[in-house]
Ligand binder design. Structure first.
Ligand code: GLN
Length: 213
């Protein structure tokens, strides 16, 4: 197929970094601020940022319902950090009026790692990436990140926090990357490390969806 066109939700957050990473793995990109810009996309990325602000802006830009509908119709999606929160079916520790897009059967806890470890990094095993021979771990950069507190039966866990990555091992084993069919989410920010493998994983998924009958 020709290069897939991946939208990047561009109401708030680290849009530019995702656009750059997607281009480097062979996708065309399109910033999405209006509902019409969802038309004809092969996939969409929801960037990191601040989920309650993103939620408000989705309403301001009249994007909430169209985006939710496109996801329900099977538009492949990848959400990083705040993007993961937006894709979830349930959010803990958020504002009562925060919207979410219900595309992943997970409960996420916002700012889950607590104040002492607002930001940290860890080397992660990532199913589908580091289980291939010779692949080094994926460096997870966590910035006021959520974790997945509960995952439904159709959700595949792709990565967890390794033992001892945070003080006292408080986050050992917490789920930080998931996939449910065409929807992928990570608590961390691969777009800031120069490691293109998570974006490559998502774009490969999009190509597979497009090539299956
Ligand atoms: N803590 C942010 C939120 O609640 C997410 C942080 C991020 O995307 N880096 O939305």
């Amino acid at each position: 197929m020709t290069d897939p066109t991946i939208g990047v939700l561009a109401v708030q957050g680290d849009v530019r970094e995702h656009v750059a990473a997607l281009r480097q793995v062979g996708a065309q990109t399109r910033p999405v601020r209006r509902a019409a810009e969802l038309d004809g996309l092969d996939g969409i990325v929801l960037p990191g940022g601040e989920s309650t602000t993103m939620s408000k802006l989705l309403d301001v830009f009249e994007l909430y319902e169209p985006l939710r509908g496109a996801l329900a119709d099977g538009l492949p999606a990848y959400g990083s950090c705040a993007g993961m929160i937006m894709l979830a079916s349930q959010i803990l520790d958020t504002r009562a009026d925060a919207r979410h897009l219900d595309a992943l059967d997970v409960t996420v806890r916002r700012n889950a790692f607590g104040r002492q470890v607002e930001s940290f990094e860890a080397d992660l095993d990532f199913v589908g990436i580091t289980d291939r021979p010779g692949e080094p771990p994926v460096r997870g950069v966590f910035i006021r990140a959520p974790w997945v507190e509960e995952a439904g039966p159709r959700v595949e866990v792709l990565a967890r926090v390794p033992d001892g990555a945070t003080p006292g091992g408080a986050a050992d084993g917490r789920i930080v990357a998931v996939r449910q069919g065409r929807v992928v989410a990570t608590s961390f920010h691969p777009e800031v490390t120069g490691d293109l493998r998570v974006h490559g994983y998502f774009v490969d998924l999009v190509r597979e969806v497009n090539s299956s009958p």
